[in-house]
Write a protein that binds this ligand. Structure first.
Ligand SMILES: [Zn+2]
Length: 69
């Protein structure tokens, strides 16, 4: 068994919604790119490296199974 598991990083993932063939609206998780948007008043939103996966080799993903917080 050489299959390697990985999990979408919960720090920088995004969730969108899509409508399936039956017309139901469903959530869909989009893997992030290793950055998060942080609200820093009064400058507004700034993009910073994700504190969870920002310095990994595979931004947006974590090795193994990681349950959401
Ligand atoms: Zn992340």
């Amino acid at each position: 068994m050489t299959e390697s598991m990985r999990t979408v990083c919960h720090g920088c993932r995004q969730v969108t919604q899509y409508r399936d063939d039956a017309g139901n609206v469903r959530p869909m998780v989009l893997p992030g790119n290793g950055t998060v948007w942080v609200d820093r008043a009064p400058g507004g939103m700034v993009e910073e490296p994700c504190p969870v996966c920002g310095d990994s080799d595979d931004p947006g993903w974590l090795p193994g199974f990681v349950p959401p917080v």
